[in-house]
Design a protein around this ligand. Structure first.
Ligand code: HEM
Length: 342
Protein backbone atom coordinates (compact mmCIF):
# COMPACT_ATOMS: atom_id res chain seq x y z
CA UNK A 1 0.00 0.00 0.00
CA UNK A 2 1.11 3.64 -0.13
CA UNK A 3 2.69 5.30 -3.16
CA UNK A 4 5.40 2.65 -3.68
CA UNK A 5 3.23 -0.24 -2.57
CA UNK A 6 0.82 -2.56 -4.25
CA UNK A 7 -1.84 -0.98 -6.45
CA UNK A 8 -5.56 -1.73 -6.20
CA UNK A 9 -6.87 -5.15 -7.17
CA UNK A 10 -9.61 -5.94 -9.69
CA UNK A 11 -12.36 -6.09 -7.05
CA UNK A 12 -13.65 -2.63 -7.95
CA UNK A 13 -14.35 -3.85 -11.51
CA UNK A 14 -16.92 -6.10 -9.89
CA UNK A 15 -18.42 -3.25 -7.92
CA UNK A 16 -18.96 -0.73 -10.71
CA UNK A 17 -22.51 -0.43 -11.98
CA UNK A 18 -21.46 1.60 -15.05
CA UNK A 19 -18.38 2.35 -17.18
CA UNK A 20 -17.30 5.43 -15.22
CA UNK A 21 -14.75 4.24 -12.65
CA UNK A 22 -14.40 6.27 -9.44
CA UNK A 23 -10.91 7.23 -8.24
CA UNK A 24 -10.82 4.36 -5.71
CA UNK A 25 -10.96 1.81 -8.56
CA UNK A 26 -7.85 3.04 -10.43
CA UNK A 27 -5.34 0.18 -10.78
CA UNK A 28 -2.75 2.16 -12.72
CA UNK A 29 -0.81 4.04 -10.02
CA UNK A 30 -0.03 7.08 -12.17
CA UNK A 31 -3.72 7.49 -13.12
CA UNK A 32 -4.69 6.95 -9.48
CA UNK A 33 -2.17 9.57 -8.39
CA UNK A 34 -3.56 12.07 -10.91
CA UNK A 35 -7.21 11.45 -9.91
CA UNK A 36 -6.24 11.69 -6.23
CA UNK A 37 -4.78 15.22 -6.47
CA UNK A 38 -8.02 17.24 -6.06
CA UNK A 39 -9.03 14.94 -3.18
CA UNK A 40 -5.74 15.74 -1.42
CA UNK A 41 -6.42 19.47 -1.82
CA UNK A 42 -9.96 19.04 -0.49
CA UNK A 43 -8.81 17.16 2.62
CA UNK A 44 -5.65 19.00 3.64
CA UNK A 45 -5.64 20.48 7.15
CA UNK A 46 -6.74 23.98 6.13
CA UNK A 47 -9.47 22.95 3.62
CA UNK A 48 -10.97 20.46 6.07
CA UNK A 49 -11.70 23.40 8.42
CA UNK A 50 -14.15 24.65 5.80
CA UNK A 51 -16.32 21.61 6.42
CA UNK A 52 -16.71 22.41 10.13
CA UNK A 53 -19.70 24.80 9.86
CA UNK A 54 -21.50 22.17 7.72
CA UNK A 55 -20.78 19.49 10.30
CA UNK A 56 -21.82 21.75 13.19
CA UNK A 57 -25.19 22.42 11.58
CA UNK A 58 -25.87 18.70 11.08
CA UNK A 59 -24.73 17.77 14.62
CA UNK A 60 -27.10 20.37 16.09
CA UNK A 61 -29.96 19.07 13.97
CA UNK A 62 -29.23 15.47 15.03
CA UNK A 63 -29.24 16.42 18.73
CA UNK A 64 -32.47 18.39 18.25
CA UNK A 65 -34.16 15.47 16.48
CA UNK A 66 -33.03 12.95 19.11
CA UNK A 67 -34.39 15.28 21.83
CA UNK A 68 -37.82 15.27 20.14
CA UNK A 69 -38.12 11.45 20.17
CA UNK A 70 -40.46 9.72 22.62
CA UNK A 71 -40.05 6.09 23.70
CA UNK A 72 -37.40 3.74 22.24
CA UNK A 73 -35.14 5.41 19.68
CA UNK A 74 -33.48 3.72 16.71
CA UNK A 75 -30.12 5.46 17.19
CA UNK A 76 -28.49 3.69 14.21
CA UNK A 77 -31.16 5.02 11.87
CA UNK A 78 -30.64 8.62 13.06
CA UNK A 79 -26.86 8.26 12.80
CA UNK A 80 -27.25 6.92 9.24
CA UNK A 81 -29.38 9.93 8.29
CA UNK A 82 -26.88 12.29 9.92
CA UNK A 83 -23.78 10.94 8.15
CA UNK A 84 -25.56 10.70 4.78
CA UNK A 85 -26.84 14.30 4.98
CA UNK A 86 -23.44 15.58 6.07
CA UNK A 87 -21.46 13.73 3.38
CA UNK A 88 -23.87 15.15 0.77
CA UNK A 89 -23.24 18.68 2.14
CA UNK A 90 -19.50 18.04 2.10
CA UNK A 91 -19.38 16.54 -1.40
CA UNK A 92 -22.02 18.51 -3.32
CA UNK A 93 -22.94 21.42 -1.01
CA UNK A 94 -26.30 19.67 -0.35
CA UNK A 95 -27.71 16.29 -1.26
CA UNK A 96 -30.39 15.03 1.12
CA UNK A 97 -32.48 16.10 4.12
CA UNK A 98 -32.98 12.74 5.81
CA UNK A 99 -32.73 14.20 9.33
CA UNK A 100 -35.85 16.24 8.48
CA UNK A 101 -37.71 14.07 5.98
CA UNK A 102 -36.46 10.55 6.73
CA UNK A 103 -35.38 8.24 3.89
CA UNK A 104 -38.36 9.44 1.81
CA UNK A 105 -36.83 8.40 -1.51
CA UNK A 106 -35.22 5.19 -0.22
CA UNK A 107 -31.70 6.46 -1.02
CA UNK A 108 -30.05 5.09 2.14
CA UNK A 109 -31.77 1.77 1.68
CA UNK A 110 -30.62 1.67 -1.95
CA UNK A 111 -27.01 2.38 -0.94
CA UNK A 112 -27.03 -0.29 1.78
CA UNK A 113 -28.48 -2.97 -0.49
CA UNK A 114 -26.05 -1.92 -3.27
CA UNK A 115 -23.09 -2.40 -0.91
CA UNK A 116 -24.26 -5.91 0.06
CA UNK A 117 -24.62 -6.97 -3.58
CA UNK A 118 -21.29 -5.47 -4.62
CA UNK A 119 -19.46 -7.23 -1.76
CA UNK A 120 -20.45 -10.53 -3.34
CA UNK A 121 -19.86 -9.40 -6.92
CA UNK A 122 -16.34 -8.10 -6.23
CA UNK A 123 -15.18 -11.73 -6.02
CA UNK A 124 -16.50 -12.49 -9.49
CA UNK A 125 -15.81 -9.30 -11.48
CA UNK A 126 -16.18 -11.13 -14.82
CA UNK A 127 -19.94 -11.42 -14.20
CA UNK A 128 -20.46 -7.63 -14.26
CA UNK A 129 -21.30 -7.13 -17.98
CA UNK A 130 -24.19 -9.61 -17.57
CA UNK A 131 -25.22 -8.24 -14.20
CA UNK A 132 -25.36 -4.70 -15.57
CA UNK A 133 -27.80 -5.82 -18.26
CA UNK A 134 -30.09 -7.03 -15.48
CA UNK A 135 -29.59 -3.79 -13.52
CA UNK A 136 -30.67 -1.72 -16.53
CA UNK A 137 -34.14 -3.15 -16.04
CA UNK A 138 -34.11 -2.11 -12.38
CA UNK A 139 -35.94 1.19 -11.90
CA UNK A 140 -34.53 1.72 -8.40
CA UNK A 141 -30.98 2.01 -9.78
CA UNK A 142 -32.26 4.80 -12.08
CA UNK A 143 -33.58 6.54 -8.99
CA UNK A 144 -30.06 6.96 -7.56
CA UNK A 145 -28.64 8.05 -10.91
CA UNK A 146 -31.47 10.55 -11.49
CA UNK A 147 -31.02 12.01 -8.04
CA UNK A 148 -27.23 12.28 -8.50
CA UNK A 149 -27.51 13.91 -11.93
CA UNK A 150 -30.12 16.38 -10.70
CA UNK A 151 -27.98 17.37 -7.70
CA UNK A 152 -24.81 17.67 -9.76
CA UNK A 153 -26.45 19.80 -12.48
CA UNK A 154 -27.99 22.01 -9.79
CA UNK A 155 -24.59 22.37 -8.12
CA UNK A 156 -22.96 23.36 -11.45
CA UNK A 157 -25.76 25.86 -12.13
CA UNK A 158 -25.63 27.44 -8.63
CA UNK A 159 -21.82 27.48 -8.39
CA UNK A 160 -19.97 26.99 -5.10
CA UNK A 161 -21.65 28.34 -1.96
CA UNK A 162 -18.98 26.59 0.17
CA UNK A 163 -15.67 24.98 -0.70
CA UNK A 164 -17.20 21.53 -0.97
CA UNK A 165 -15.40 18.53 -2.49
CA UNK A 166 -16.97 19.35 -5.86
CA UNK A 167 -15.20 22.73 -5.77
CA UNK A 168 -11.86 20.85 -6.01
CA UNK A 169 -12.97 17.97 -8.25
CA UNK A 170 -14.46 20.38 -10.79
CA UNK A 171 -11.31 22.54 -10.80
CA UNK A 172 -13.20 25.54 -9.33
CA UNK A 173 -10.13 26.27 -7.19
CA UNK A 174 -8.29 27.08 -10.45
CA UNK A 175 -5.50 24.53 -9.94
CA UNK A 176 -6.48 21.98 -12.61
CA UNK A 177 -6.67 23.34 -16.12
CA UNK A 178 -8.52 20.19 -17.21
CA UNK A 179 -11.05 19.14 -14.57
CA UNK A 180 -12.72 15.74 -14.77
CA UNK A 181 -15.43 15.14 -17.36
CA UNK A 182 -19.00 15.17 -16.00
CA UNK A 183 -19.41 11.38 -15.83
CA UNK A 184 -16.28 10.98 -13.67
CA UNK A 185 -17.22 13.99 -11.54
CA UNK A 186 -20.45 12.19 -10.75
CA UNK A 187 -18.64 8.92 -9.94
CA UNK A 188 -16.20 10.63 -7.57
CA UNK A 189 -18.93 12.69 -5.87
CA UNK A 190 -20.92 9.50 -5.29
CA UNK A 191 -17.77 7.76 -4.07
CA UNK A 192 -17.41 10.37 -1.31
CA UNK A 193 -21.01 9.87 -0.19
CA UNK A 194 -20.83 6.06 -0.15
CA UNK A 195 -17.26 5.81 1.25
CA UNK A 196 -17.82 8.48 3.87
CA UNK A 197 -21.35 7.89 5.18
CA UNK A 198 -21.64 4.13 5.69
CA UNK A 199 -18.18 3.84 7.30
CA UNK A 200 -18.56 6.71 9.78
CA UNK A 201 -22.16 5.71 10.59
CA UNK A 202 -21.01 2.21 11.49
CA UNK A 203 -18.21 3.53 13.77
CA UNK A 204 -20.61 5.89 15.56
CA UNK A 205 -23.32 3.22 16.02
CA UNK A 206 -20.78 0.68 17.26
CA UNK A 207 -19.18 3.19 19.65
CA UNK A 208 -22.60 3.91 21.24
CA UNK A 209 -23.32 0.16 21.42
CA UNK A 210 -20.06 -0.51 23.31
CA UNK A 211 -20.50 2.54 25.57
CA UNK A 212 -24.05 1.52 26.52
CA UNK A 213 -22.77 -1.95 27.45
CA UNK A 214 -19.73 -0.61 29.35
CA UNK A 215 -20.87 1.75 32.07
CA UNK A 216 -17.36 2.58 33.32
CA UNK A 217 -16.18 3.64 29.85
CA UNK A 218 -19.35 5.70 29.38
CA UNK A 219 -18.79 7.57 32.68
CA UNK A 220 -15.10 8.17 31.86
CA UNK A 221 -16.01 9.61 28.48
CA UNK A 222 -18.77 11.81 29.91
CA UNK A 223 -16.33 13.14 32.51
CA UNK A 224 -13.78 13.99 29.84
CA UNK A 225 -16.39 15.76 27.71
CA UNK A 226 -17.65 17.76 30.75
CA UNK A 227 -14.07 18.75 31.60
CA UNK A 228 -13.36 20.19 28.15
CA UNK A 229 -16.87 21.44 27.46
CA UNK A 230 -18.55 22.51 30.73
CA UNK A 231 -22.17 23.74 30.57
CA UNK A 232 -22.45 26.75 28.26
CA UNK A 233 -19.47 25.75 26.05
CA UNK A 234 -20.16 24.66 22.46
CA UNK A 235 -19.14 20.98 22.09
CA UNK A 236 -19.14 21.32 18.30
CA UNK A 237 -16.19 23.72 18.55
CA UNK A 238 -13.32 21.40 17.61
CA UNK A 239 -10.57 23.30 19.44
CA UNK A 240 -10.17 20.74 22.28
CA UNK A 241 -10.70 17.55 20.29
CA UNK A 242 -6.98 16.84 19.83
CA UNK A 243 -6.49 16.79 23.65
CA UNK A 244 -9.41 14.41 24.31
CA UNK A 245 -7.42 11.22 24.74
CA UNK A 246 -10.25 9.12 26.13
CA UNK A 247 -12.53 10.01 23.22
CA UNK A 248 -9.68 9.11 20.87
CA UNK A 249 -9.27 5.76 22.63
CA UNK A 250 -13.02 5.02 22.42
CA UNK A 251 -12.98 5.64 18.65
CA UNK A 252 -9.80 3.61 18.11
CA UNK A 253 -11.05 0.69 20.19
CA UNK A 254 -14.34 0.70 18.26
CA UNK A 255 -12.39 0.69 14.98
CA UNK A 256 -10.26 -2.21 16.26
CA UNK A 257 -13.21 -4.32 17.42
CA UNK A 258 -15.49 -3.55 14.46
CA UNK A 259 -13.53 -2.18 11.49
CA UNK A 260 -16.07 -0.70 9.03
CA UNK A 261 -14.18 -2.27 6.10
CA UNK A 262 -13.46 -5.61 7.81
CA UNK A 263 -11.86 -7.29 4.80
CA UNK A 264 -9.43 -4.42 4.07
CA UNK A 265 -8.34 -3.19 0.67
CA UNK A 266 -7.69 -5.69 -2.12
CA UNK A 267 -4.34 -5.29 -3.91
CA UNK A 268 -2.73 -6.94 -6.94
CA UNK A 269 0.22 -6.37 -9.26
CA UNK A 270 -0.51 -4.22 -12.32
CA UNK A 271 -1.38 -6.46 -15.31
CA UNK A 272 1.72 -6.90 -17.48
CA UNK A 273 4.14 -5.98 -14.67
CA UNK A 274 5.14 -9.58 -13.95
CA UNK A 275 4.35 -9.41 -10.23
CA UNK A 276 5.84 -7.72 -7.22
CA UNK A 277 7.76 -8.52 -4.05
CA UNK A 278 6.16 -8.04 -0.64
CA UNK A 279 8.89 -8.20 1.98
CA UNK A 280 10.83 -11.40 1.26
CA UNK A 281 7.99 -12.93 -0.80
CA UNK A 282 7.37 -12.75 -4.51
CA UNK A 283 3.68 -12.56 -5.42
CA UNK A 284 3.23 -13.31 -9.13
CA UNK A 285 0.83 -11.45 -11.37
CA UNK A 286 -2.73 -12.67 -10.90
CA UNK A 287 -2.36 -13.12 -7.14
CA UNK A 288 -4.78 -11.07 -5.08
CA UNK A 289 -3.83 -10.02 -1.58
CA UNK A 290 -5.57 -8.22 1.23
CA UNK A 291 -4.91 -7.70 4.88
CA UNK A 292 -8.14 -8.61 6.59
CA UNK A 293 -8.44 -5.99 9.35
CA UNK A 294 -11.01 -7.83 11.40
CA UNK A 295 -9.39 -11.26 11.28
CA UNK A 296 -5.96 -9.71 11.84
CA UNK A 297 -7.24 -7.89 14.93
CA UNK A 298 -9.15 -10.86 16.25
CA UNK A 299 -6.61 -13.56 15.74
CA UNK A 300 -3.39 -11.60 15.88
CA UNK A 301 -2.32 -13.29 19.09
CA UNK A 302 -3.49 -16.75 18.01
CA UNK A 303 -1.78 -16.47 14.62
CA UNK A 304 1.46 -15.28 16.25
CA UNK A 305 1.40 -18.36 18.45
CA UNK A 306 0.68 -20.72 15.52
CA UNK A 307 3.50 -19.20 13.47
CA UNK A 308 5.92 -19.36 16.37
CA UNK A 309 5.16 -22.98 17.25
CA UNK A 310 5.16 -24.11 13.62
CA UNK A 311 8.64 -22.59 13.22
CA UNK A 312 7.42 -20.23 10.44
CA UNK A 313 8.25 -17.18 12.54
CA UNK A 314 10.40 -16.40 15.55
CA UNK A 315 7.59 -14.17 16.82
CA UNK A 316 9.30 -10.93 15.77
CA UNK A 317 7.60 -10.59 12.39
CA UNK A 318 4.07 -9.36 11.79
CA UNK A 319 1.54 -12.04 10.92
CA UNK A 320 -0.78 -11.09 8.07
CA UNK A 321 -4.08 -12.73 7.39
CA UNK A 322 -5.32 -12.95 3.83
CA UNK A 323 -8.43 -14.65 2.64
CA UNK A 324 -10.67 -15.51 -0.26
CA UNK A 325 -14.35 -15.27 0.48
CA UNK A 326 -17.30 -16.49 -1.53
CA UNK A 327 -20.86 -15.55 -0.52
CA UNK A 328 -23.22 -18.41 -1.30
CA UNK A 329 -26.21 -16.63 0.20
CA UNK A 330 -26.91 -14.07 2.90
CA UNK A 331 -26.11 -16.64 5.59
CA UNK A 332 -23.60 -19.04 4.05
CA UNK A 333 -20.07 -18.09 3.09
CA UNK A 334 -16.93 -20.04 2.29
CA UNK A 335 -13.69 -18.60 3.61
CA UNK A 336 -10.20 -19.70 2.67
CA UNK A 337 -7.76 -18.10 5.09
CA UNK A 338 -4.05 -17.70 4.41
CA UNK A 339 -1.53 -16.85 7.05
CA UNK A 340 1.91 -15.46 6.31
CA UNK A 341 4.46 -13.14 7.86
CA UNK A 342 6.35 -10.03 6.84
C1 HEM B 1 -14.13 5.41 9.88
C2 HEM B 1 -14.30 5.86 8.68
C3 HEM B 1 -13.62 5.28 7.47
C4 HEM B 1 -13.02 4.09 7.27
C5 HEM B 1 -12.85 2.95 8.24
C6 HEM B 1 -12.54 4.08 5.90
C7 HEM B 1 -11.86 3.01 5.33
C8 HEM B 1 -11.34 3.02 4.05
C9 HEM B 1 -10.60 1.92 3.43
C10 HEM B 1 -10.28 0.58 4.08
C11 HEM B 1 -10.26 2.31 2.19
C12 HEM B 1 -9.49 1.49 1.14
C13 HEM B 1 -10.51 0.88 0.23
C14 HEM B 1 -9.93 0.25 -1.05
O1 HEM B 1 -8.97 0.79 -1.61
O2 HEM B 1 -10.42 -0.80 -1.48
C15 HEM B 1 -10.78 3.65 2.01
C16 HEM B 1 -10.64 4.37 0.85
C17 HEM B 1 -11.25 5.60 0.63
N1 HEM B 1 -12.03 6.31 1.53
FE1 HEM B 1 -12.39 5.81 3.43
N2 HEM B 1 -12.87 5.26 5.31
C18 HEM B 1 -13.54 6.03 6.22
C19 HEM B 1 -14.05 7.31 6.05
C20 HEM B 1 -14.01 7.99 4.87
C21 HEM B 1 -14.55 9.31 4.68
C22 HEM B 1 -15.25 10.18 5.75
C23 HEM B 1 -14.35 9.63 3.40
C24 HEM B 1 -14.77 10.93 2.80
C25 HEM B 1 -14.86 11.25 1.59
C26 HEM B 1 -13.65 8.52 2.76
C27 HEM B 1 -13.24 8.45 1.45
C28 HEM B 1 -12.44 7.47 0.92
C29 HEM B 1 -11.89 7.51 -0.43
C30 HEM B 1 -12.10 8.61 -1.45
C31 HEM B 1 -11.14 6.35 -0.60
C32 HEM B 1 -10.31 5.94 -1.83
C33 HEM B 1 -8.87 6.37 -1.59
C34 HEM B 1 -7.94 6.02 -2.73
O3 HEM B 1 -8.22 5.12 -3.55
O4 HEM B 1 -6.89 6.67 -2.83
N3 HEM B 1 -13.47 7.54 3.69
N4 HEM B 1 -11.42 4.06 3.15
Amino acid sequence: MGTQGWPKGPNWEGRMMNDDPPMIAMRDTSVHHHRRKPWNRAFNSSSIKEFEPLLRRRVKLLVEKLGEQKGPVDLTMWINYFTYDFMGDMAFGGWSEMLIEGDRQGLWHLMESGISISLALEHIPWIMPYFRLLIKANLREDLMLDHSLRKMNQRIKDGATTRDLFYYLNGEDGVDSQPLPKNLLLSDGLLAIVAGSDTTASVLSNAFYFLIRNHEALINLMEEIDRFYPAGEDPTDSRHYSQMNYLDAVINETLRLCPPVPSGSQRAAVPGSGGKAVGPYYLPEGTLARIHSMLSNEILEISSLILKHSGLSDGSSLPLVGYVRMDLSQHYRIYTVFLWTV
